[in-house]
Design a protein around this ligand. Structure first.
Ligand code: SF4
Length: 308
């Protein structure tokens, strides 16, 4: 008998769809964000400095094709047979008129070796007209729409100036999943005002959403953000996790999570020159190895404490 897996892993999930190795290439498609341009809010989310999103190979003055070709050159060096997912990551990648969005998505799909799209966006930026188009696209290509959820707590969402509520997240995730589109979420663990207990409690609300994938990461204080300024003024409002403490929080969280939600990542690493704290100096794979070791020691696995 196979042992219970520690958690649902993203590479295993991708193998359901692709026989070749698949790599995401992050894009900056030149979108903006309604929480920055005044249509939803001004100033953006308090933790956001969009410079942290993009590797060097994707600058806005480069076309989508150029960014993808550069990304491909970078990755195909090791695996020439690699296939690619165009990851529309920076800002809000559904925030434009439909014709322009179609042009950008279809440009990416026209690049050789690109086998699908991942589109990152906000829950308040998925009009039905766009969803109908994506539903159709999804019949022909791999597609995953990824929503920034961040917290299930409306007080927290207000405090970090997200400009949307958790009810809007429920609506967007449900509408997207109902179209048969793979639907992902992103949460930040450790937002100001949330205790470890509050955070773990949120796993139940996340589990009720028809999500296929979930990314989580620790709260990071990033230079040039409103949150960095708030931290200077009121450090008592923040708890910046030590790595082992965060590992225990993640374990607790995922034990309360539905077991079939695929967990794509657990940490994020802002560029060193922008990161104020916490600076754990750990690569993604190093963190994952420590997390898995600790899970085995504790006999923990995803969904173990999920109430259903
Ligand atoms: S985190 Fe996303 S939604 Fe928030 S301000 Fe930055 S780009 Fe906009």
């Amino acid at each position: 008998m196979n042992p219970v897996p520690l958690y649902s892993e993203f590479p295993v999930f991708l193998k359901r769809y692709f026989t070749d190795k698949v790599q995401k290439i992050s894009l900056n498609a030149g979108f903006t964000c309604p929480n920055r341009d005044g249509s939803k809010g001004n100033g953006g989310c308090t933790y956001c400095n969009n410079q942290t999103f993009n590797p060097d190979y994707c600058k806005t003055d480069k076309s989508i094709t150029m960014q993808l070709e550069e990304g491909k050159r970078f990755f195909s060096y090791k695996y020439p047979e690699m296939k690619y997912l165009a990851y529309f990551q920076a800002y809000t990648n559904t925030y434009s008129e439909l014709a322009g969005l179609k042009r950008k998505y279809e440009e990416a799909l026209g690049v050789e070796g690109v086998v699908g799209l991942i589109i990152g966006t906000r829950p308040d930026c998925m009009p039905d007209e766009l969803l109908r188009y994506l539903e159709n696209l999804n019949r022909r290509h791999f597609l995953l729409v990824e929503y920034g959820i961040e917290s299930t707590n409306d007080e927290t969402l207000k405090r970090i100036n997200r400009g949307h509520t958790f009810a809007e997240t429920i609506d967007a995730v449900e509408r997207t999943a109902a179209c048969g589109i793979l639907t992902g979420g992103h949460v930040i663990l450790g937002l100001p005002g949330e205790t470890s207990e509050n955070i773990v409690d949120q796993a139940a609300a996340i589990s009720r959403l028809p999500l296929d994938t979930l990314k989580m990461h620790q709260l990071q204080l990033v230079r040039g953000t409103r949150m960095a300024y708030e931290h200077v003024k009121h450090p008592e409002d923040f708890h910046l996790f030590e790595v082992d403490e965060y590992i225990d929080l993640v374990i607790d969280y995922i034990q309360h999570l539905r077991s079939d939600i695929v967990l794509e990542r657990f940490i994020s690493q802002s560029p060193k020159e922008l990161l104020i704290a916490p600076d754990w100096g750990l690569k993604n794979y190093e963190f994952t190895a420590r997390l898995q070791k600790r899970m085995r020691e504790k006999g923990a696995y995803q969904g173990k404490l999920y109430a259903g």
